[in-house]
Design a protein around this ligand. Structure first.
Ligand code: GUN
Ligand code: ZN
Length: 445
């Protein structure tokens, strides 16, 4: 049978490698104004310049005047926390008790979990994010629902049930044996199926016993060879009170990060959110194990957690990818995350060029998750998860675009000013997500 051939025409931007930290991205960034993105049976076949249009066998989608990017990748976000996004007046530990734990308790109900998973994944797509590493809740049903809805949508999704067996409300507490059974069942049924993968998810050191952390390490080890291995996601060194508390709970550990190292939880597929209060030995350990930091600037500002020092992490050879951390963060939109990231770095005398920001949220994140063969850029053979963006939404953004004198200036102003209202279309594996779905999310929820 004939392949399905699709040609998107517009201002195509993607990255071939890390553009570095200069305002001049060199040739790491590929930009094709009015170029052609050719997609065959859901996979990228080629990117062509404006003067090399495809023949009549290709169905054209005309997005000239729009920016065409690989879908953004969110490396740390909590599905159930859409229910508490933008909650007033608390730092981390207080915020968990007052808002987050009560909200997560509702997901014990499988019907709530299913509706929550739909609401969350539809919202993620409507914000221009097509792949994510996601926290469910402690309930098996919440992870189950995310896998099922993600599979139906055809999304690249990595998630797992939260592990939490102490220092939390009774209705959110699991135990080592039941948690292990739930994990094994979820892994066996979902890990490596379609575009799904399992992440072992100890919430953070403070809510897991040593026995539970050991069980998490055993799982990672046991499934080392299954579909590239499991992921591990957790939080580390986010808030000063949290760091003090973890030191009291684990007096035998040199540092917060060492708690995870001691239980075999650090590897190339480990993603630790925040990492604000790390020292040089911690950074060296991250670099040595290949574990990564999810930089969550919106959350770090909103919860008053502190300023992540990206330059020091980079100097130590630590991989870093941006993340929304909704509901600690206040937007699912990667552009808002990057704009906040720019401000967090600015407060420390550092700069985030648009090249580096957009790379980090696409190819950089894909590389960090070991998924660059599938997503994050428009290399031939990757799956065509594509977002079409308006360069400007409204007269203020338009004026700024009109005044820009270089491509970096255009992109930086766009990264700083645009948001999900600039999304014009979303494609997963070359299939356009229905406008109806996005409409539904915008108005009905
Ligand atoms: N640390 C432990 N749980 C959480 C959470 O839900 N959000 C954030 N930002 N930090 C955490
Ligand atoms: Zn988080």
């Amino acid at each position: 049978t004939e392949p399905i051939r699709l040609a998107l025409c517009g201002d195509i931007l993607h990255f071939q490698r890390d553009p570095g930290w200069d305002e001049d991205g060199g040739d790491a960034a590929r930009f094709e104004p009015d170029g052609w993105l050719l997609v065959e049976d859901g996979r990228v076949q080629a990117v062509r310049a404006a003067d090399q249009p495809p023949d009549a066998r290709w169905t054209r989608h005309d997005w000239r005047g729009h920016l065409i990017l690989p879908g953004f990748i969110d490396t740390h976000v909590h599905a159930p926390q859409l229910d508490v996004i933008g909650s007033y007046g608390a730092q981390l530990l207080d915020w968990l008790q007052r808002y987050t734990f009560p909200a997560e308790a509702r997901y014990a109900d499988p019907e709530q979990s299913r509706r929550g998973a739909e609401r969350f994944l539809h919202a993620l797509l409507a914000h221009g994010t097509t792949a994510a590493l996601v926290y469910a809740t402690v309930h098996k049903a919440s992870s189950e629902a995310l896998f099922a809805v993600g599979q139906a949508l055809g999304m690249r999704l990595v998630t797992g049930k939260v592990l939490m067996d102490r220092n939390c409300p009774d209705d959110l507490r699991d135990d080592v044996e039941q948690a292990e059974r739930d994990c094994v069942d979820l892994i066996d049924r979902w890990h490596g199926v379609d575009r799904l993968a399992y992440a072992v998810t100890p919430r953070f050191a403070a809510t897991s016993s040593r026995a539970q952390l050991s069980m998490a390490g055993r799982l990672l080890d046991a499934y080392r060879d299954r579909a590239g291995g499991l992921y591990m996601q957790t939080h580390v060194a986010e808030n000063r009170d949290e760091v003090r508390w973890v030191a009291e709970l684990f007096p035998e550990s040199r540092s917060y990060l060492d708690v995870y190292a001691a239980h075999g939880l650090l590897g190339a597929r480990s993603v630790l959110a925040h990492g604000i209060w790390l020292d040089d030995a911690d950074r060296a350990l991250l670099a040595q194990t290949g574990a990564q930091i999810a930089f969550c600037p919106s959350s770090n500002l909103f919860l008053g957690s502190g300023l992540f020092d990206w330059a020091r992490a980079r100097a130590a050879g630590v991989r870093v990818a941006p993340a929304s951390d909704v509901g600690g963060g206040t937007s699912l939109c990667a552009l808002r995350t990057l704009a906040d990231g720019y401000k967090v770095l600015a407060l420390q005398g550092q700069r985030l060029p648009a090249w580096q920001g957009l790379y980090a949220a696409t190819l950089g994140a894909a590389q960090a998750l070991g998924l660059a063969h599938e997503i994050g850029h428009f290399a031939a053979g990757t799956l065509a998860d594509v977002v079409v963006w308006r360069w400007a939404d409204g007269p203020v953004q338009q004026r700024r675009q009109d005044m820009a004198r270089s491509l970096h200036e255009r992109l930086f102003a766009w990264m700083s000013l645009a948001d999900e209202r600039n999304v014009a279309a979303v494609y997963l594996r070359g299939c356009r997500i229905s406008a109806a779905l996005a409409q539904h999310d915008r108005h009905a929820g």
